[in-house]
Design a protein around this ligand. Structure first.
Ligand SMILES: Cc1cc2nc3c(=O)[nH]c(=O)nc-3n(C[C@H](O)[C@H](O)[C@H](O)COP(=O)(O)OP(=O)(O)OC[C@H]3O[C@@H](n4cnc5c(N)ncnc54)[C@H](O)[C@@H]3O)c2cc1C
Length: 464
């Protein structure tokens, strides 16, 4: 007998977050949700760059049965032994620098090419989930029956019972949600809600490129970056490099922060192909010899420039039957390599709540509040932690976000303090597993469902 459809779900955005959500629902549901996935582009695609996963998201990939496929594309096997995962050097000095800190982590990073990861998620999409390309959501409205009307930029419309905005940092879902929340707000205190509609520029550009390791070693035999993940720190600039594609390439990102840029409106596209010279000239003459060598041996063939934006302290991820996840909810700086990890953890909790056999159109709003209650404090805190880590790498704040109180950040004492701050910042990757968060979410969900069954409309009890 065919299962009765509990609700119609629209997922807007087929990036890592939206596709992982589809995988979680497929794994845990009983064929009783109608799923439509709307993607703005003409196919699922990612930019050509690396990505790191950690223990938490990796454990989700294991639960989804995707770990075996991923093992074929990662730079090295996942390990659970304390090991140096990143070396830290001061980069912005002309003379040879030294490694002032080695961050020892028990887990990860598990690094891979983003396109390879996306392809595995796409291959896993079940055939009964309908995918719609060239469908860019422009807005939505909720009608009196509770149904959501989706409006696309090509003039077409669709209807769903639940809308998940997995549409990235420039989320149209978030814009529509927060403009509508402000319009509906009665108190003066809520009249600032529209300010959450847009992501804010952090003032930082990230120049991303992939370097062919073989070519690097031909041109610069024994170069440190061929085998070692390194973060080079400097005033208002830093560089991150780590091997991907089983060590055949390096993911190289050069960060440059513009004075007065934070919070300013960024002019021009978020992502732009740029001449490699624009990246190289930031580091070429004033950085330590191994960086100058890397930049001068024509290993950097092409580069894109990303204006790094973030979405800070969103006061709610869910409104009515609409919910945000991934970068749409908490787009963050890249300094802890945690954005995709957080999107995957959102997908796990949200997907399990939606797939839960007792979630239905009557209790969906409360169910989405459970997701908000469990995920928002964790992900919002990560946005702040990640931003502060970037400021620390660029000597702008002392560990903990405070001032340097007379200590020169690039001095031996300053670097010792930074080393402590780095260990603290990265300790998140061995924190609770998402399965623990799911236990909390399920307990809240069931508590709500039981109280609703006994009172027919009991309010959800939250932990915070
Ligand atoms: C330079 C850089 C380096 C990074 N490195 C790491 C890392 O090492 N580790 C890590 O965990 N994270 C990293 N991140 C962050 C990570 O890329 C993001 O957090 C992650 O991709 C978020 O996934 P998402 O699915 O929420 O959004 P996205 O990946 O942005 O996907 C959104 C999808 O929605 C589609 N879309 C957009 N608008 C609409 C619309 N209106 N209607 C329909 N579809 C729409 C898009 O086409 C896209 O397919 C990095 C980010 C940057 C910028």
């Amino acid at each position: 007998m065919e299962a009765k459809t509990r609700f119609r779900l629209a997922i807007c955005g087929g990036g890592i977050g939206g596709l992982t959500l589809a995988a979680v629902i497929h794994k845990y549901y009983k064929d009783d949700i109608q799923v439509d996935l709307y993607e703005a582009k003409d196919k699922f695609s990612e930019i050509g760059a690396g990505i790191s996963l950690w223990r938490g998201p990796w454990s989700i990939m294991q639960l989804l049965g995707l770990d075996k496929a991923l093992e074929g594309i990662i730079a090295g096997p996942p390990e659970e032994t304390p090991r140096v995962r990143f070396s830290f050097r001061r980069g912005d000095q002309v003379d040879e620098s030294y490694t002032f800190h080695e961050a020892i982590m028990t887990h990860g990073p598990i690094t891979m090419h983003r396109t390879d990861m996306l392809n595995i998620l796409v291959d896993n999409l079940p055939s009964n989930f309908r995918t719609h390309f060239n469908k860019r959501l422009s807005s939505y409205s909720e009608d009196s029956s509770g149904a959501i009307n989706l409006f696309f930029s090509d003039g077409s419309c669709a209807e769903a019972d639940v809308l998940v905005g997995a549409d990235g940092i420039n989320s149209a879902t978030r814009k529509a949600m927060y403009l509508s929340l402000e319009n509906a707000a009665e108190s003066e205190d809520s009249k600032h809600l529209a300010s959450f509609a847009e992501a804010r520029w952090t003032g930082t550009y990230a120049y991303r490129t992939i370097v062919d390791t073989k070519l690097l070693l031909e041109k610069a035999p024994g170069h440190r970056l061929a085998s070692t993940p390194v973060i080079y720190l400097g005033k208002d600039k830093h560089i991150v490099s780590f091997p991907i594609s089983r060590g055949q390439s390096l993911n190289l990102i050069g960060f440059v922060t513009v004075a007065e840029g934070e919070g300013a409106e960024h002019e021009g596209p978020f992502v732009k192909e740029v001449a490699v010279d624009e990246m190289i000239e930031n580091y070429n003459s004033t950085w330590e010899p191994e960086i100058r060598q890397l930049m001068s041996v024509q290993c950097v063939k092409r580069s894109s420039r990303w204006a790094i934006h973030h979405v800070r302290n969103l006061p709610q991820y869910a409104s009515g039957r609409v919910v945000l996840m991934g970068d749409a909810a908490h787009g963050m700086t890249t300094h802890l390599g945690a954005g995709a990890a957080q999107a995957i953890e959102d997908a796990f909790i949200l997907g399990r709540i939606l797939a839960h056999e007792r979630t239905n159109v009557e209790n969906i709003e409360a169910a989405l509040k459970v997701y908000d209650n469990v995920r928002r404090p964790i992900a919002n805190a990560m946005v702040e932690r990640s931003w502060n880590t970037g400021l620390l790498y660029e000597f702008s704040v002392a560990p903990g976000g405070g001032s340097w109180s007379g200590v020169e950040p690039s001095s031996a004492e300053g670097l010792r303090m930074i080393a402590g701050g780095i260990d603290d910042a990265w300790s998140w990757q061995s924190s609770d597993l998402p399965q623990d968060d799911w236990l909390r979410a399920e307990e809240q969900l069931l508590r709500h469902i039981c109280s609703q069954a006994s009172t027919d409309g009991g309010a959800i009890v939250t932990d915070n």
